[in-house]
Ligand binder design. Structure first.
Ligand code: HEC
Length: 124
């Protein structure tokens, strides 16, 4: 094969891989099937601790707010699901809210969003 066509081919492969990588999280968030049923009870417990300790370091141990705003389910109800999950997945660039995509799976982020909405971790 000629050098040029190999170069063109690898560029195409690179571009489609990049597109897939960029679109995958969006696809997962938009279409699912996301399910906390795939998470073990042990993992759910660990996530509860992550939320209390890591998220809690900014949002307050009981999620009543601190450096980050309170995560009061009544207030979160104003946001569409996708927006809530995108905030956790990507963080809020330009603010201290970090992206959790590198640490948590789409199912785990879905679980956190569902739990935040239900208010089980929120102590008013
Ligand atoms: C280093 C501090 C920090 C940590 C850790 C952190 N957050 Fe945040 N978070 C923020 C800040 C600051 C904002 C507000 C960003 C803005 O100004 O829009 C925010 C915003 C949010 C929002 C949107 C709230 C709203 O009303 O717009 C959600 C939801 C959220 N965080 C969830 C989480 C979750 C879940 C975790 C843990 C997995 C977490 N955050 C960890 C600082 C943090």
């Amino acid at each position: 094969m000629q050098y040029r066509s190999v170069q063109r081919m690898s560029r195409t492969v690179f571009r489609s891989t990049l597109t897939t990588l960029l679109l995958l999280p969006l696809y997962a968030l938009a279409t699912g099937p996301l399910s906390e049923q795939r998470l073990s009870e042990q993992r759910k417990g660990e996530i509860g601790q992550i939320v209390q300790q890591d998220c809690g370091s900014c949002h307050g141990l009981t999620l009543k707010g601190g450096l980050g705003p309170n995560l009061d389910p009544a207030r979160l109800a104003q946001y569409p699901n996708g927006f809530l999950k995108a905030t956790i997945l990507h963080g809020r660039p330009g603010t201290p809210m970090p992206p959790w995509g590198p640490l948590l799976s789409a199912d785990e982020i879905h679980y956190i969003a569902t739990q935040l909405r239900s208010g089980v971790w929120y102590v008013p």
